[in-house]
Design a binder for this molecule. Sequence first.
Ligand SMILES: Cc1cc2nc3c(=O)[nH]c(=O)nc-3n(C[C@H](O)[C@H](O)[C@H](O)COP(=O)(O)OP(=O)(O)OC[C@H]3O[C@@H](n4cnc5c(N)ncnc54)[C@H](O)[C@@H]3O)c2cc1C
Ligand code: FES
Ligand code: FES
Length: 494
Amino acid sequence: MNEMTNSHILVNRFDYLEPASLQEAVTLLAQYGDRARVLAGGTDLLVHMKMERVAPKAVISIGKIPGLDRIAIQAGHLRIGARATIRAMENDPRIQAHYPAITDACASFSTTQVQTMGTVGGNLGNGSPASDSAPALIALDAEVEITGLDRQRRLPLDEFFLGPGKTALQNGELLTDVILPRPQIGTGSAFLKISRVAADIAKASAAVVLVREGNRVVDCRMAFGSVAPTPMRTREAERMLIGQMFDEDLVAQVAQVASEEVTPIDDVRSTAWYRREAVRVLAHDGLRCAWQRALTLIPYPSPYEGRFAGSVSPFSSGERGNQAQIEFVPRLGANEKRWIKLKVNGREHQVWVAPNDLLLNVLRDQLQLTGAKYGCGIGECSACTVQMKGEPVLACLVLAVSAVGHEILTVEGMQKPDGELDPLQEAFLDYAAYQCGYCTPGMLLTAKSLLAEQPRPTEDDVRHYLRGNLCRCTGYASIVRAVMSCADQVAEPR
Ligand SMILES: Cc1cc2nc3c(=O)[nH]c(=O)nc-3n(C[C@H](O)[C@H](O)[C@H](O)COP(=O)(O)OP(=O)(O)OC[C@H]3O[C@@H](n4cnc5c(N)ncnc54)[C@H](O)[C@@H]3O)c2cc1C
Ligand code: FES
Ligand code: FES
């Protein structure tokens, strides 16, 4: 972070635009050209803006365009809308059944909060060589659909990445869909990642897709992340395997060749030497895992054909569907301030905001809801967690203006109006699950989301779901015990 940067606020001023349709979005993108940035989940863009690495004149939120978050199998292809979140993809039964490498990639992704906010469009659109979804999607032969004012085009994802932070997207274009072909019978896929800690981007990652006929490999694609300026395929290694009988010696040789094909660098996360070694091991394990999975792939036609998840049904007709129910702030100028309505803890509040005001600061400073805490300001501690639409999000990376129309819950809203505490709050008291209490509101809201999703989590589930909520005092054991004590059916006597 540059010395002058203050991650508490966004210093950059910009016009905030919230198009209600795809057409409107691409019109605005065309008008602003390279002065505009698309805002999806904001977990990447807002961090870069806070660090003053980018200073767009316009931020165009695609958060309320209906249909862009849809996941559907249509005509034998899987279409993933650009605004589908990492978490929605991880939990999607069709992806789990037919494209397990994507499920692996999404499961390995950062924290629950970042998975909940981050989208596949943002994960590809930022052009990062460390993108977790990219190697899996490339190995699965994905294409991207790109929409501009006058044309729509499709591109193999492999050709989308041009360099660190650079993609084939031109000014005025929006990535709208990721399209995956039907996997052949006998396809197996896997994704593996090595990172410094659980909630971090990759030191190295690998995705393997292979097609097996008996003991022979009839097709293979391997893609790697964080080991070259862009996510990359290792075609020589792939060629060595195609047409061959699968055996341990060959797998070891293929993994060695893959590690020689990648072009890693030394940086803060790892060394080039380590990354090559990691590629060798990940390729080896990925090939073995994909080989086993090839026996169990659920074949197309998919039992899920025609089913979709997301905000509206068909892309073609859904564009202006449901809009009466959605509240928009169509435009807020860079130097303007406006009264907006925020629904917080069941009540509607009027707050006075500029485009660059963050939800965290508005909650704390204007509504005196100081439960949500400022820790890092860049998505790494989760002390600022609140619930939005019932899901845990990082208030330090949400523009207040984009929260209009969504229900927000802070720790102050967990207790009943008569003052009775939520069972989780009681459990935190009973199990001494806090010391200084700084992380506690974020922990409580994240745990509340977990119990709503999984009423009977295991201890591993609790630790995994809360992995992004950092605590400097308790050592976590008492927190996990407190959450477990609230789990349906498995509550221990207090
Ligand atoms: C703490 C932390 C941990 C992280 N861990 C991981 C990790 O483990 N793995 C990983 O891969 N990433 C990780 N990231 C990076 C980031 O969260 C992901 O890349 C995420 O998927 C970005 O999605 P988003 O919707 O939040 O993107 P945004 O921040 O909204 O946008 C990112 C970029 O893509 C552009 N963009 C967004 N949508 C579109 C679109 N539809 N068309 C064209 N351009 C678009 C934006 O203009 C911007 O330049 C992490 C980030 C943080 C803060
Ligand atoms: S303050 Fe928001 S994640 Fe740390
Ligand atoms: S109780 Fe102090 S940071 Fe968690």
